[in-house]
Design a protein around this ligand. Structure first.
Ligand SMILES: [Zn+2]
Length: 88
């Protein structure tokens, strides 16, 4: 039996941050249960540009460092302002 739901999270990928298995929907959205990072295709597309994506508001490169250091994903004030500017 094969039933399609528009937002079903049935795609397996590696977490952008911790490399654990995470289930995402067809848009690449899904939250990692291990590190709580919200996966997003826009992270992949923007990697290298240090652009910030809702809902995390932390650049992927910085989030990886914070994960390694055991820190929560917290944007700096500058990241937060950039996020506001980007989405306003
Ligand atoms: Zn993760």
């Amino acid at each position: 039996m094969h039933t399609q739901y528009p937002f079903e999270r049935n795609i397996i990928k590696k977490c952008d941050i911790c490399d654990n298995i995470v289930l995402v929907d067809e848009f690449g959205h899904g939250r990692c249960e291990h590190c709580n990072w919200a996966q997003s295709k826009s992270h992949e597309e923007s990697e290298g540009y240090h652009k910030i994506s809702y809902p995390d508001l932390v650049p992927l490169s910085k989030a990886r460092i914070q994960y390694k250091n055991g820190q929560p994903f917290t944007p700096s004030f500058e990241d937060f302002i950039n996020g506001l500017l980007f989405y306003s």
